[in-house]
Design a binder for this molecule. Structure first.
Ligand code: ZN
Length: 162
């Protein structure tokens, strides 16, 4: 298991657009495996490559702890509805804010073997997809917060950071 250092807000790598992935390589596979380890170790529900300093279009998401999605070159195809709730980010530790997102998302991506698939997501999973894809375009959820960011104390910290 190899953990990578999670970049925090203020690090300019988090504000840059990521490049499309053309082919799977051993180095890229290692990156993805490290991202998965790093996400679970940090109790996150999602992690995007720029959060570990790599400007490539790949995210990993697992909102239940047993349903891992590797999404390479992900794209949102459809959205529907609305949900308003707390959101956090591993790159903005100790903070949380209210963000409105679609309640339903249909997305397309490539898996770790570069095979295309589609996924339909609702609620937290839909929120995580939107949050992680924003990272790939250099955006953080703090840009979308309604009101202000609030401090989350250690004992009430939710396991929903992305
Ligand atoms: Zn995030």
């Amino acid at each position: 298991m190899a953990l990578r250092n999670i970049r925090e807000m203020g690090d300019e790598v988090l504000n840059k657009p990521c490049k499309e992935i053309k082919e799977m390589t051993p180095r890229l596979r290692e990156l993805i495996e490290d991202m998965i380890d790093t996400m679970y170790e940090a109790n996150g529900v999602g992690l995007a490559a720029p959060q570990v300093g790599v400007l490539k279009r790949v995210v990993v998401i697992d909102v239940t702890g047993e349903d891992l999605f590797v999404m390479i070159n992900p794209e949102i195809l459809e959205t529907d509805g609305e949900q308003t709730g707390h959101e956090g980010c591993l790159s903005v530790p100790g903070k949380s804010g209210i963000v409105t997102r679609p309640n339903y998302v249909k997305a397309r991506a490539l898996d770790i073997d570069m095979q295309p698939y589609e996924v339909e997501a609702e609620e937290l999973f839909a929120r995580a997809i939107c949050h992680e894809l924003d990272h790939l375009d250099g955006h953080l959820y703090v840009e979308k917060v309604e009101g202000s960011l609030v401090d989350v104390t250690a004992d009430e910290e939710e396991d929903e950071e992305e």
